[in-house]
Design a protein around this ligand. Structure first.
Ligand SMILES: Nc1nc2c(ncn2[C@@H]2O[C@H](COP(=O)(O)OP(=O)(O)OP(=O)(O)O)[C@@H](O)[C@H]2O)c(=O)[nH]1
Ligand SMILES: [Mg+2]
Ligand SMILES: [Zn+2]
Length: 374
């Protein structure tokens, strides 16, 4: 087997797969590195030689470039740094996984376009979905975040934090744990208290050396406190969420990748609102694999699981095998995903139309040009 180079990048998660993709670029002057933070002033990239602040090559920032193609936290990139000049990111290597959210600029019900997808983090092996015992956990919200995690292609793991706040001790914790496990088929569920340090070792073990994890979840559940525990020092600010105005406040404002003393890597993110979660149909099938398994027995292949006869899902709800709220949430997420897909098709068609109009005008200009003396 070939030697993995540069070896200094291995602790950052460098692997054969990325090394091979980088080699295909065939640019001797370029250097691989990993994006650890994206600021207004540039992208902070860790290379074998250290940290550099890099700008973007024209192709990545110019008109027509997509948000999704720009480097995000966790990306492996190719850096070009001519002597005496500032560093430039020339290429983003293909991602092994990506956490994507949909930004609706005009509020609820407004159009989404393909460019409103934002890649929050890339190249994670594990996605920790964090919720807290303080205000829940909220099962329906967890189902949404789990769907997001499944759609990233990283392995979802649930972390229920603030276990120290559960009145009633271990028995009460166990009961909640059972309820969460029931809505997270195929997912490991961990509990922790970032305050006392309980459960942090298990989280660290799941990450593992050279592997990358991201923490996602609502604001205030303790994501940054967990990250600080993993780091063994306070690097991220943590805080209380304001409850008085109901809007909440994000303590963490930028996404950032940290190297853990134990060998793994973790990306901290600001709380994302559940409305911005983008899930595709296949992720919904994974997050709701129990529901999907029952739906196979519906009499009609195109069953909408409404009033039609022979609906296996309705029967399961009637017989108490499937909670009605879980089915309702699955159908809601599916409807949202279908609507978003349809909106994207419309947006792409609009863009193509605009493109055609421009091509048409240019063609007319040149056909007429010489004759009109223009
Ligand atoms: N009792 C208790 N409090 C905790 C625990 N973990 C975190 N907290 C507290 O919860 C509050 C929010 O923690 P953060 O780590 O800032 O939460 P966050 O998820 O990073 O929030 P955002 O950055 O806004 O998304 C802080 O006051 C923490 O001290 C825990 O295990 N037990
Ligand atoms: Mg935070
Ligand atoms: Zn049905």
């Amino acid at each position: 087997m070939a030697i993995l180079e540069p070896a200094a990048l291995i602790p950052l998660g460098w692997s054969e797969q990325f090394a091979a993709a980088f080699a295909l670029l065939q640019e001797a002057a370029w250097e691989p590195g990993r994006a650890v933070a994206v600021h207004r002033g540039g992208t902070v990239v860790r290379t074998a030689g250290g940290e550099v602040l890099a700008g973007l090559t024209r192709r990545l920032r110019g008109p027509g470039s997509k948000d999704e193609g720009r480097p995000t936290v966790g990306d492996w990139v190719a850096i070009n740094q001519p002597a005496g000049d500032s560093a430039v990111i020339e290429a983003v290597l293909p991602r092994s996984s990506a956490l994507v959210r949909t930004i609706r600029t005009g509020g609820r019900g407004s159009r989404v376009s393909p460019s409103s997808r934002q890649v929050l983090a890339a190249n994670m092996d594990v996605a920790f979905v964090v919720d807290s015992f303080e205000s829940g956990p909220n099962l329906r919200r967890l189902e949404r975040y789990l769907t997001l995690a499944w759609s990233s292609d990283a392995q979802p793991v649930v972390v229920l934090n603030k276990a120290d706040l559960v009145p009633g001790g271990d028995a009460a914790v166990d009961e909640i744990l059972q309820a969460v496990m029931a809505i997270a088929p195929g997912v490991v569920v961990l509990t922790s208290s970032a305050l006392s340090g309980d459960g942090i070792a298990a989280i660290e073990a799941v990450i593992g050396a050279g592997r990358t994890a991201v923490v996602v979840g609502p604001s205030g559940v303790g994501k940054s406190t967990i990250v600080n525990r993993l780091l063994g020092e306070v690097r991220q600010a943590t805080g209380h969420v304001r409850l008085d105005d109901g809007r909440g406040r994000h303590t963490t404002t930028i996404r950032q990748l940290f190297v853990l003393p134990g060998g793994g890597l973790v990306i901290d993110t600001p709380g994302i609102r559940s409305l911005e979660l983008a899930a595709d149909a296949s992720a919904i099938d994974l997050a709701f694999s129990d529901v999907a398994a029952i739906a196979v027995d519906c009499r009609f292949a195109d069953c909408q699981h409404g009033e039609e006869p022979g609906c296996a899902l309705r029967a399961a709800v009637r017989e108490g095998r499937l909670p009605a709220e879980r089915l309702a949430n699955a159908l809601l997420l599916e409807a949202e995903s279908r609507r978003r897909d349809a909106e994207e098709v419309v947006a792409i068609r609009d863009q193509r139309r605009k493109g055609r109009t421009i091509v048409h005008a240019v063609r007319q200009h040149y056909q007429r040009g010489p004759r009109d003396g223009r």
